[in-house]
Design a protein around this ligand. Structure first.
Ligand code: ADP
Ligand code: ADP
Length: 234
């Protein structure tokens, strides 16, 4: 149920048209990198998929959730479902600074899933191992490097068992060598079959890890195709 079908997606801010007629179909387990210049609409597109921005028109089916965009929020049940099946990771890690790593990862499970403390901590410990930080449960975010914080942000997003992961320039705020440890976690996730949409400037990731590359410009899709094909063009 990790499929994604987006059709005719559009977004305007008043008279300013930021996205128009964006279409995308992804199979479960597919990884698509989104590239393009600043202002192309990449971030807005990603944020429309889980209604952090409200799309003006189009339809979205993602991870089993379906919404028809009408410029307003869908009913609460649809919105909750949409947010449950999509995990999002931002450029700035957005961890809660006053909570420990363990509390950051368990809070969404307790609030959204109603998990017990023990259940949530068991899941969190597995995820901390998965992102290579099994001994950081008690640390506060400020004590961690940017790369470690971003890996915790990935663990937190995974804690709700999303069907599709959305990444918005996850390594752009990091030094290149620190970014590599985050990209390694993302590569593992892709190998495990997670459906992923990744806005990125990392051309190695786009070419080597993603199945397809979508090139955006001017609020639309300029091109989409197999990674080797898109990257080999002059
Ligand atoms: P990208 O991620 O490709 O850099 P964005 O999605 O951030 O592009 O932005 C696309 C366009 O939408 C830009 O021209 C930006 O100025 C505009 N935009 C983004 N948010 C708003 C907003 N709240 N109101 C008006 N215009 C916006
Ligand atoms: P980023 O590239 O990291 O997304 P931006 O500077 O593009 O950062 O956007 C920061 C915030 O400002 C976002 O919430 C975006 O929606 C908003 N924004 C961007 N462009 C505009 C604009 N032209 N008018 C109003 N809000 C905008």
């Amino acid at each position: 149920s990790g499929e994604v079908v987006v059709s005719g997606l559009g977004k305007s801010y008043g008279a300013a048209r930021v996205l128009s007629d964006v279409n995308l179909s992804m199979n479960e387990g597919e990884v698509v990198s989104i590239i393009g210049p600043s202002g192309a609409g990449k971030s807005t597109f990603l944020r429309c998929l889980n209604y952090l921005e409200i799309p003006t028109e189009g339809e979205i089916s993602i991870g089993g959730a379906h919404v028809v965009a009408g410029g307003k929020l869908p009913d609460k049940a649809s919105l909750d479902h949409l947010r449950r099946v999509t995990g999002m990771v931002f450029q700035s890690f957005n961890l809660f600074p006053h909570l420990t790593v363990m509390e950051n990862i368990t809070l969404p499970q307790r609030k959204v899933l109603g998990s017990s403390k023990e259940q949530a901590e068991e899941v969190a410990n597995k995820l901390l191992k998965q992102v290579g930080l099994p001994d950081k449960a008690k640390a506060y975010p400020a004590r961690l490097s940017g790369g470690q914080q971003q890996r915790i942000a990935i663990a937190r997003a995974l804690a709700l068992s999303p069907k599709v992961m959305l990444f918005d320039e996850p390594t752009s705020a990091l030094d290149p060598e620190i970014g590599l440890e985050v990209l390694a976690v993302m590569r593992d996730l892709a190998d495990e079959g997670m459906t992923m949409l990744v806005v990125t400037h990392e051309m190695h990731f786009a070419r080597d890890v993603s199945n397809r590359i979508m090139v955006m410009g001017n609020g639309g899709v300029l091109e989409i195709g197999p990674s080797e094909q898109v990257m080999s063009e002059p």
